[in-house]
Design a protein around this ligand. Structure first.
Ligand code: IMP
Length: 416
């Protein structure tokens, strides 16, 4: 398999976990490069359901190496819990799961700061974060006051944590240090120089799958700033977040849901606040994997998808959740926006302008039959195929994979 970046092309929750799981079969290594436990990747294997927040989705294949790269922010307490739960379910981690010593730690005071900022901000300025401490941890990294995972391998980190806890307005951090000591003890055999490890594997010609979290429109540079996360969720982040050079990336796969969702605040031109939005939420089980919040739902936005294709250099789409649209009479796709009487075909940089953009729709007929038990692309109703093909035409990117249900069996691999 070509070294592949898998990137979300909307506002996250595109179904990346499932697509990583499918592609991981052909990879030797799966590596996460940004974000933290704000992510929630859901995998369904028959009756078993796994929700992973930090550990790469490739972990369910026991022979794959799984790496948390330097660009990820790691909550040691959560990672310990997640790793222990996987081990308890019979999934081995020792010798195949690694955490970068350069990855920054998310500490309890980061979480508190995240929550305090959200509850203290006036309505309208709230971001709707996952309150996992992601923003404050990345802020400390940029301030050069962060604590990196490698520090837990050496004595003396406790004092630094205490000082940082006090600076963040907390207590003397005694309890926190005790909890962190347990986590550090558990995690120490997984922490290593993953940059070196990945280079060694790359030199050996091993196939690497870069697992993006969140999505293009939540990228701190390219998303709907300030209603974004604090990392580079786009394909470029795969290089900075792992230490592998851009030329190690051979292919970019964009994951797209065939409609749109968003959690948290910020512009969303195709949002549906009516019964169709409700239908998508119900049929798509659109509730956050990390926070349980109901997701905002709306029609497919081809302007967003075209933008994501451009920013990430998407080679092909992995489209998900086609079956969610099975009951719709008609389908709308946003092909452009209208702003102050003008038609625009790009994503504006300013959130205020974006919030004032109105979608220009094209309509497509629905298929009104169940697609979730179909096993071949050719057997889909004609209207369903026409819809998918229209999305490819409107975005200028071919289809690589299509998913019509949560299980591994509900997936058509066309060019992936
Ligand atoms: P943070 O990443 O927790 O700081 O949240 C910033 C924004 O990104 C909020 O709108 C969150 O809802 C959104 N967000 C963060 N992680 C995810 C995700 O995995 N899926 C969807 N939205 C996310």
């Amino acid at each position: 398999m070509a070294n592949t970046v898998l990137v979300g092309a909307q506002w996250g929750d595109e179904g990346k976990g499932k697509v990583v799981d499918v592609l991981a079969r052909d990879a030797d290594i799966v590596v996460r490069y940004q974000g933290g436990s704000n992510a929630g990747h859901t995998l369904e294997l028959g009756p078993d359901r796994y929700v992973l927040h930090l550990v790469p989705s490739g972990v369910l294949y026991p022979e794959k190496l799984c790496v948390i790269g330097n660009g990820v922010v790691v909550d040691p307490l959560e990672l310990k819990q997640e790793a222990e739960a996987l081990i308890a379910r019979g999934i081995p981690l020792r010798g195949r799961f690694w955490v970068s010593d350069r990855a920054h730690a998310v500490l309890p005071f980061h979480r508190r700061q995240d929550a305090a900022r959200e509850s203290g901000a006036p309505i309208g300025q709230r971001l709707g974060t996952t309150q996992r401490g992601i923003g404050p941890a990345y802020a400390d990294k940029a301030h050069r006051t962060g604590i990196r995972m490698g520090e837990f391998l050496r004595p003396g980190w406790e004092d630094k944590v205490r000082v940082r806890a006090q600076e963040h307005g907390g207590s003397d951090g005694k309890e926190m240090v005790a909890l962190l000591r347990e986590a550090a003890e558990f995690l120490r055999s997984f922490i290593t120089d993953t940059t070196h490890l990945l280079h060694e594997q790359w030199k050996k010609g091993k196939a690497i799958l870069f697992e993006g979290a969140q999505g293009t429109m939540l990228d701190v540079d390219h998303g709907t700033y300030p209603f974004v996360t604090s990392s580079n969720a786009t394909a470029g982040g795969a290089s900075t977040g792992t230490g592998l050079p851009p030329k190690a990336i051979e292919r970019v796969v964009g994951v797209l849901k065939v409609y749109t969702t968003r959690v948290g605040e910020g512009p969303f031109p195709t949002e549906l606040k009516d019964e169709t939005g409700e239908l998508l939420r119900r049929r798509g089980r659109e509730f956050g994997a990390t926070t349980g919040r109901p997701r905002r739902c709306g029609w497919f936005d081809a302007v967003v998808a075209r933008y994501a294709a451009a920013v990430n250099g998407v080679d092909c789409w992995a489209m998900t959740k086609l079956d969610v649209l099975d009951e719709c009479e008609i389908l709308r796709v946003c092909v452009a926006y209208e702003y102050e009487g003008c038609r625009i075909e790009t994503v504006p940089a300013e959130a205020e302008i974006y919030a004032a953009c109105r979608p220009v729709y094209e309509e497509f007929p629905g298929w009104k039959t169940s697609t979730s038990s179909i096993h071949r692309y050719e057997d889909l109703p004609v209207a369903a195929r026409s819809y998918v093909e229209a999305l490819c035409r409107l975005t200028g990117v071919p289809l690589g994979l299509l998913s019509v249900g949560p299980d591994r069996a509900n997936t058509f691999r066309l060019a992936l």
